[in-house]
Design a protein. Structure first.
Length: 466
């Protein structure tokens, strides 16, 4: 990948009323000028930055391809930090293809996925965590994920890390200064009590950031909800009702659902990832047994489990469900309330037996997945069980597994620092672990990035044009 080359790409989805083609590179303005004829006859080379110009894009024979508006940005004051232009064309796929073809004819090449943001990172316009936030902002599907991505893009996470690294760097420098005077063992530039207090403070902050990953990941990927129960209790009907579409096959035949079906929907601004599982029963069908095995696997992965019933479960079933869902939110839901007897006092004993410290079970809900009766109460129970805090734009919430793993490694290194201090170890050993913390924190923002593989892995998930 040659960063000196001028790149071009469509920056908007094809098929709309307007299509925007973006160029970036030192020759972006010059190359645009080669195929653009301004209505006022002036060259784009003379254009001031942040100006808009009306005119025509011409083919190699001088024929008009389209009437366009060209925006001009000059380095370093552009998204990529390079000279850039953006050409607003009519949204015809044919027109956009012709304009892109003209740019390749005069010397541009098609941009790779994420190459604009990658150039912005390499040119110092943003750090790596902010670059990743661009992709998250584009992919945001609700208010919470939008706020988290915007917070990271504005540098709130980077600023937190920068403050931590600045404090650590100062202390590491004092420890290394001691090493320069190792022949004077009595000299101690880094106050050990101050260092311990600082290490504990930073370790607490890193732990808090790492713990936020559970919330961030749930909001980004969707809160996982497994719908489990026996065959024919209405799991697929409930899934279709919650998704507001016919996603799963509904049948009176036992064992219809043999594999896991997943899809997402928004409830009160929170994305829930619903998982319809194979009905739990004893069967000799090999394929169905594989599906039942996956049911138990999905129960382990889910944060919330909806146990769907249409009759009073046995004591052994209750114990098994409690055992398999320790620490999870367990919503006990009786389906087919339009067919159930009105006397719900019969389930009091069941409600009491489900209440346990090992699983967080709510009082049973009574619904009809077929008619939709009381499903709104189930949706509100799901929102409550998700327990997602109100997210503001200033909150720092970790959503990237890469960031989370780096924070865990930094936490491990800081734990070793504290252990070394308790054992009275020498400053050179403590300094080495502090350096590891600095490297891990730097890995997040890209301050210490040298691996091309890491960069490629991050930007390959971007769309072309961004």
């Amino acid at each position: 990948m040659n960063q000196e080359e001028c790149i071009c790409a469509l920056a908007t989805p094809a098929g709309g009323a307007i299509g925007i083609i973006r160029l970036s590179g030192s020759d972006a303005i010059t190359l645009t000028d080669k195929i653009f004829q301004s209505a006022n006859g002036k060259s784009l080379e003379e254009a001031k930055p942040y100006t808009l110009h009306y005119g025509e894009i011409k083919d190699k024979d001088g024929n008009t391809i389209d009437d366009v508006l060209v925006s001009v940005f000059r380095a370093p004051h552009s998204y990529t930090g390079e000279n850039s232009t953006e050409i607003s064309c009519h949204g015809s796929r044919y027109i956009l293809q012709q304009v892109l073809h003209r740019f390749t004819e005069v010397g541009c090449r098609q941009a790779e996925p994420g190459e604009y943001t990658r150039r912005a990172y390499l040119n110092g316009k943003m750090d790596l965590s902010q670059a990743e936030a661009v992709a998250d902002l584009i992919a945001s599907t609700n208010k919470a994920t939008h706020k988290m991505a915007l917070s990271q893009l504005k540098g709130h996470f980077s600023n937190e890390l920068s403050l931590l690294r600045e404090k650590l760097l100062k202390m590491t420098s004092l420890l290394e200064l001691e090493l320069d005077f190792s022949d004077h063992e009595e000299l101690e530039f880094a106050d050990r009590s101050e260092l311990q207090a600082l290490a504990e403070e930073i370790n607490h902050k890193i732990t808090t950031l790492a713990h936020s990953f559970e919330t961030g990941n749930a909001l980004k990927q969707g809160v996982a909800v497994a719908i489990v129960g026996k065959t024919n209790v209405g799991k697929s009907t409930l899934l279709n009702r919650l998704l507001h579409e016919e996603k799963a096959i509904v049948s009176d035949i036992h064992g219809t659902t043999r594999d896991v079906i997943e899809d997402t929907t928004l409830i009160d601004g929170i994305t829930f990832r619903f998982i319809d599982t194979a009905g739990i029963r004893k069967t000799d069908d090999v394929v169905e047994n594989i599906g039942i095995g996956r049911t138990f696997q999905k129960m382990e992965e889910a944060k919330i489990v909806i146990w769907l019933l249409d009759e009073q479960p046995s004591a052994s079933e209750i114990e098994e469900m409690k055992l398999k869902n320790q620490g999870k939110k367990l919503l006990v839901v009786f389906n087919k309330m339009d067919k159930l007897e009105n006397d719900k006092l019969a389930f009091d004993k069941f409600t009491h037996s489900c209440g346990s410290d090992s699983s967080e079970a709510e009082s049973p809900l009574f619904i009809s997945a077929r008619t939709g009766e009381n499903v709104s109460s189930l949706e509100q129970a799901l929102v409550k069980a998700a327990d997602i805090p109100e997210i503001t734009e200033n909150d720092v919430i970790i959503t990237s597994a890469r960031h989370y793993e780096a924070l865990l490694r930094a936490h491990d290194s800081l734990s070793r620092v504290l252990e070394s201090m308790e054992m009275g170890m020498s400053g050179d050993i403590i300094a080495e672990d502090l350096k590891m913390v600095l490297e891990e924190l730097g890995e997040i923002t890209g301050g210490q990035i040298s691996s091309q593989e890491t960069l490629n892995n991050i930007f390959k998930h971007f769309c072309i044009g961004k």
